[in-house]
Ligand binder design. Structure first.
Ligand code: NAP
Length: 327
């Protein structure tokens, strides 16, 4: 196996690149150094002859790509979500798919809570107001927001990140509801009450999405669901953009069906500067930065590199999405 080539589809933190460069089995680390991701043809050219690929969620790895790079043995995604990879196609071709679960849980929950607080307390508007030189005096009606303590948070998908958000909400004295496919005893410990989605949407002041993207969750929050929410409620999405029907969300924000949205992820992604969402004062959008801290991105890089190396060494990686291929 001496001298295999691996590809890394963007400049990840040095910690991960060092792991690959230092591995004796690896002859060449091919790095896509552009700021923008490779297009499909560029991706095939990058992966040609590679035994391993360290990929990002912006790389679509489908059956066609896999067929065109037959030497590939592992696709190690630098993310917990792997909806950019056709796992079934990879499994059929004996290609291992790895991800980085757990590592980003707390960091992502931090951002979900930051978005909740920023929208509740109108922080971006306040910053703009001061910067624009409009701050003349203390105002009794200036930038009135909503209380977080005592409010009801609805968590859609009580997995790792959903639970970490619940832990934060508990500390803030919120009432916490969650919808899930399987009830988990941890809900009791976190003081979470289960609801079905419709009841959660009706009762919550803040709805925070934490499901993985799948055929079942694509478009899960559309016009009908938004109509169930309170006109004072805010939708927070740090999961994946397509979980929400963007057209329906724009309409709901415009019409006042809901009060606001705070989004780390959107559909499409990225949003063009003239996208209708960005013209709405009640939409707060940040550019998919939920896991973007120095420590977490370093850890993601080393874990993604270690997952890749483990497969090339014939060992079981710490995180593998399709373990059946190891059998
Ligand atoms: P996780 O532990 O797998 O949690 C996902 C949860 O969603 C699971 O409990 C799952 O339930 C539940 N779920 C799935 N479909 C559902 C449905 N139809 N109704 C109710 N619950 C449903 O994953 P995680 O680590 O918390 O991450 C969640 C997602 O966050 C990732 O898949 C990723 O897309 C996203 N994410 C985004 C960022 C970012 O940068 N914005 C960072 C990290 C993660 P089951 O147990 O029944 O499957």
């Amino acid at each position: 196996m001496a001298g295999v080539t691996v590809a890394v589809t963007r400049a990840i933190p040095e910690a991960g690149l060092d792991r690959l460069n230092d591995a004796p089995e690896i002859g060449d680390v091919r790095l896509w150094a552009d700021d923008l991701p490779p297009d499909p043809e560029e991706l095939v050219a990058l992966l040609a002859g590679c035994a391993g690929a360290l990929t990002l969620l912006t790389d679509q790895i489908d059956a066609e790509i896999l067929d065109r790079v037959p030497g590939l043995r592992v696709v190690s995604n630098y993310a917990v979500g792997y909806d950019n990879i056709d796992v079934e196609a990879a499994t059929e071709r004996g290609v291992a798919v790895c991800n980085t679960p757990g590592i980003l849980t707390e960091t992502t929950a931090d951002l979900a809570f930051a978005l909740l607080m920023a929208s509740a307390r109108r922080i971006p508007e306040g910053v703009d107001y001061v910067r624009a030189g409009r701050w003349q005096t203390w105002g009794p009606r200036l930038l009135l927001g909503q209380d977080i303590h005592g409010a009801t948070l609805g968590i859609v998908g009580l997995g790792r990140i959903g639970q970490a958000v619940a832990a934060r909400a508990r500390g803030f004295g919120m009432r916490i509801l969650a919808t899930a496919r399987h009830e988990d005893p941890v809900a009791d410990e976190l003081g979470v009450e289960y609801r079905d989605l419709d009841d959660l949407l009706r009762e919550a002041d803040f709805v925070s999405l934490h499901v993985d993207l799948s055929p079942e969750t694509t478009g899960m929050i559309g016009a009908d669901e938004l109509a169930l929410m309170k006109p004072t409620a805010t939708l927070i999405n740090t999961a994946r953009g397509p979980v929400v029907d963007t057209g329906a969300l724009v309409e709901a924000l415009r019409e006042g069906t809901i009060a606001g949205a705070a989004l780390d992820v959107t559909d499409p992604e990225p949003l063009s500067a003239d996208h209708p969402l960005l013209a709405l004062p009640n939409a707060l959008v940040v550019p998919h930065i939920a896991s973007a801290t120095v420590a977490t991105r370093d850890r993601m890089a080393t874990v993604a590199a270690d997952n890749l190396l483990a497969v090339l060494r014939g060992r079981r990686p710490e995180h593998i999405v399709n373990p059946e291929i190891l059998a």
